[in-house]
Design a protein around this ligand. Structure first.
Ligand code: 5IU
Length: 277
């Protein structure tokens, strides 16, 4: 498939969304397609992780509603680390309500996500109104629309997910028709994605060795709560991942920094093999 054989540099030029172009250029210049998922419950731990993995990642993914001590100061410190290490911040909020409600959840409340998250995730289930809601929120905020974008959750990694068949193709179609605010897609395969600018983000990535022998079989492994894992090679070469999300494979490692470096190297090697540069 042509899109997958194209380098990040040339896809950035073909992109019709400013943030997807920014992501693709960042990935190309920093030579990393690694996104770390910071699923931790304490802000000091999140900041410590961001500082440790910062040099090796393109995106730092948060779940701020899982933090016991969220504060504005935490956000400022995270933004500072993003600047120092040159990564983007994605709040994996998975908005899923009507546009009006999503707009409030995005730009108001105690988290004020629109104020600090470069990227957010959005479920396709409500239809295009949710994208209009988020755009509407930005138009009434101090954040620039061109500095913000969303990723549409098209296909989940969890066992027996409902994101299949016509839902999956409709979610991809939604992303492709709304590149005014959509920078990419969260999915487990590239099937049906044709726009060169859309970035495929793929979670459920873990090497077999980092799972301490907990693997059930060679390629697809689980965590006991429905998460299913594939190897870095597999997601990039067989499933079209541009950016791979790694959470516990890194956060539970003895050295998150060494683990991030390893994942970065494995993923980049697979990307180079894919585009055969
Ligand atoms: N995540 C998934 N699967 C999905 C989507 C998001 O795992 O389909 I959409 C998130 C959940 C977690 C991270 O924040 O990606 C994966 O973490 P682990 O690598 O620890 O499983």
């Amino acid at each position: 498939e042509e899109r997958l054989k194209t380098t990040f540099e040339s896809r950035a030029e073909k992109s019709s969304n400013a943030m997807s172009a920014k992501i693709l250029r960042l990935v190309a210049s920093k030579r990393t397609t690694l996104c770390v998922a910071a699923d931790l419950s304490n802000t000091d731990k999140v900041l410590e992780l961001a500082n440790a993995v910062g040099p090796y990642i393109c995106i730092f993914k948060t779940h701020v509603d899982a933090l016991e001590d969220f504060s504005k100061k935490f956000v400022q410190e995270l933004q500072q680390l993003a600047k120092v290490h040159n990564f983007l911040i994605m709040e994996d909020r998975k908005f899923g309500d009507i546009g009006h409600t999503a707009s409030l959840q995005y730009g108001a409340g105690c988290f004020n996500i629109a104020d600090w998250a470069d990227l957010v995730t959005v479920h396709a289930i409500p239809g295009p109104g949710i994208i209009d809601g988020l755009i509407n929120c930005l138009e009434n905020s101090k954040s620039q629309l061109s500095d913000r974008a969303c990723f549409i959750v098209a296909e989940m990694s969890s066992k027996d997910t409902l994101t299949t068949g016509s839902y999956l193709s409709a979610a991809i179609k939604l992303a492709e028709t709304r590149e005014d605010f959509v920078a990419g897609i969260v999915s487990q395969s590239a099937t049906g994605i044709s726009s060169p600018g859309l970035v495929q983000l793929t979670p459920g990535v873990r090497t077999i060795s980092s799972q301490n022998g907990k693997e059930r079989n060679g390629t697809s492994r689980e965590d006991g709560l429905g998460q299913q894992y594939n190897s870095p090679d597999h997601v990039v070469l067989e499933r079209g991942a541009d950016i791979a999300v790694v959470g516990r494979g890194i956060t539970e490692a003895d050295s998150p920094s060494d683990a991030a470096k390893l994942y970065r190297d494995l993923l980049w090697k697979a990307y180079e093999e894919r585009v055969a540069v």
